[in-house]
Design a protein around this ligand. Sequence first.
Ligand SMILES: C[S@@+](CC[C@H](N)C(=O)[O-])C[C@H]1O[C@@H](n2cnc3c(N)ncnc32)[C@H](O)[C@@H]1O
Length: 237
Amino acid sequence: MSDRPTPDGVVAMFDRIAPRYDAMNTLMTAGLDRIWRRNALEAAGLRPGGRVLDVATGTGKLALGAAARVEPGGVVVGLDPSGEMLGRARRAGAAQDGARLTWVQGDAQSLPFADATFDAVTIGFGLRNLPDVAAALRELARVAVSGGRVVVLEIATPPGGLSRLLFRTWFDKVIPRVGALVGSGEAYRYLPDSVARYPSPPRIAQLMGESGLRDVRWRWLVSGMVTLHVGQRGSAA
Ligand SMILES: C[S@@+](CC[C@H](N)C(=O)[O-])C[C@H]1O[C@@H](n2cnc3c(N)ncnc32)[C@H](O)[C@@H]1O
């Protein structure tokens, strides 16, 4: 396994791959990423007028999907430290009418929002990039209102069997080569390493519980490879 990049190094890497990020996602997942994000938005229980925070928003795909679901009157904030990713999100959002969209440059581990600000908080393919997963989960829970949902969509290593073998071949062998072909070798070598470091799904559920979330549930999407965790913010202590 290669050395973990510094947090600044991770952001710089996302700045560099931003122009190719959406196309690489579609290619790597055969377009399934759209369905996984839809699953995440359904799990968030969004309603018209809702306030949503999408952390590690990247090019804003989840935030834009959320905006369509909280109309009329909703508010969606997308947060990411990468200026290049946010620039793309901002341009995509400008073409979408309806819910008010705001883009904020910031860090998931120290969110610039007051306690209990959002009805739902989402993070898609972002948690495994953070050095302190537990601290980030505490922050996501902190800014959710009592009863608000926190949704975590992430790539995770399947527990075993054929799906694990296919997964390892795809992530460890195929994706880094495709990434190198499109001039993003470093980022797509980092991807399998970040997935290998990501805690197991039961451990993520446990950390969510320890962050003040209750009724934490999780499931595999597409027979292992992508996980969806959902928890509800308990009442403040
Ligand atoms: C794999 S992309 C996911 C983007 C988007 N959520 C999606 O569904 O495609 C991971 C994102 O995490 C962001 N990120 C990296 N470090 C972060 C941090 N400390 N806090 C918040 N986001 C971070 C990156 O800039 C990048 O945009």
